[in-house]
Ligand binder design. Sequence first.
Ligand code: TEU
Ligand code: CA
Length: 561
Amino acid sequence: NLDRKWWKEAVVYQVYPRSFMDANGDGVGDLKGITARLDYLKELGVDVVWLSPIYQSPNDDNGYDISNYRNIMSEFGTMADFDEMLAEMHKRGIKLVMDLVVNHSSDEHPWFIESRKSKDNPYRDYYIWRPGKDGGEPNNWVSFFSGSAWQYDEATDEYYLHLFSKKQPDLNWENKEVRDEVFDLMTFWLDKGIDGFRMDVINCVSKVEGLPDATPAPHEKYAWGGEFFTNGPKVHDWLKEMNNRVLSRYDIMTVGETGGVTTSDAKLYAGYNRGELNMVFQFEHTDVDAGPGGKWDVVPWKLSDLKSIMSRWQNDLYEKAWNSLYLNNHDQPRSVSRFGDDKNYRVESAKMLATFLHLQQGTPFIYQGEELGMTNVAFSSVDDYKDVEIHNLWRERIVEGGGDPVSLLHAIHAKGRDNARTPMQWDASENAGFTRGTPWIRMNPNYVAINAEAALKDPTSVFHYYKKLVDLRHHHLIMVYGKYDLILPEHPQIYAYTRTLGDEIWLVICNFYGDPAHFELPAGLPTTARELILSNYDARDSLLVSELSLRPYEALVYKLS
Ligand code: TEU
Ligand code: CA
């Protein structure tokens, strides 16, 4: 009585089009480039591609600021290129999930161009306009990208809300015409035959009435207003409306990007029979290295936090909702640099992290280059970074705030989004085979050693390990549907758990450190395994698992029964 669904059994691969493959030599990745590399994805074995935005955009936030939802960004190609890419994906049995960015549009979208013209413009109410208060902004919310979340607009002497950059005005979902527009554009793409949506910050669309002030930290002007716009009062009504009017008419997969959700929230967004989404991206495990000062206040992460967070998501959603599994995306630093050791044990730790993640219950997401063990980059000048978040932060803290540039640069090295956005490393030739021109952002210089061509040739590469993980998932229902149970919760070095489906039990053991570790099997489990299913070192001679000495970053998957 497994509730089998293709999107539970699939492995998703995220493509960040700007940095994947440049076919025409202008330094920017494009759709023809993606199409040219589909055989690589086929070789990896992934079932679904999630494509970050490819719509027309002035690229203030690399396509997450959309000026036309039904056109392709000219830098990326044409609608004919899109149709060809989709057909070539489907020909290879790969599904396509598109990014849906509808909490906000670009300020260059015709809706906003109209909206700002006058207070009685028919599009005025497509966005969130308010008069100023006491000679300043309507409230004190801080933007995700530094500074006020409000921008003054002279034409009508009012402010508009932008939770992200000032070129990303928030759409007003209270307006039924806005929801109709969103549902129409979704239908447009679904009728083209795409296979689902990843929904950008979808839990921010409903704002609390009155848009109340948040409580600022001492000496701060602006404050985090998340309680007034995350998981807001109407978000579930609107997702049900979306599901009812659009999603339920297609056999598709949906994943909501929902920062700040708890497992109880997730059961509302993605609970079985809730009629909303299939799964959400939670952020608790990506917050483990953020101190009280937030994302840029980088602190060492603790294995005990990772264990309790991941286990809570596994347990709380079991048989109630479905998990997404990810360590990387285009907003996160590279996992091998963050949670592994990209200097001494790059290959071992990348494989260990993959094991830790892919053996859990949920749909795994691989971010481009993760399957090569691509690492963070450390540019020495802020000018080499392209991300609007980094530049706004730098202006606020260094240029205007007079802060210490060296320590902020360190934080950017650790957490900056451009870590994930240096181009894909295809081979050892100039610019890694990504472009024959000048890449839009500098390459990570380590492409000479870390690249797809080398990885494909080396049977012990991170790539071949990921390929094995994908293949295992396709052949073992226990990997998809088995129940998760954490073991050795107090062990300081080892993250271990079992998966159980009917009579079958798998044991997963991961050493998270560069030192050897001692594993002792808890009572009640078979002490001799049937089979070693997977490991990131040479196979062991014995199947005895009662006690094991683990090598640095060693990962083992045994079939116990
Ligand atoms: O991200 C939303 C989000 O909350 C983040 O992960 C964000 O990048 C991070 O908190 C910044 O510190 C989504 C997209 O994934 C991101 O690329 C966009 O910039 C953002 O929405 C706006 O569309
Ligand atoms: Ca190009």
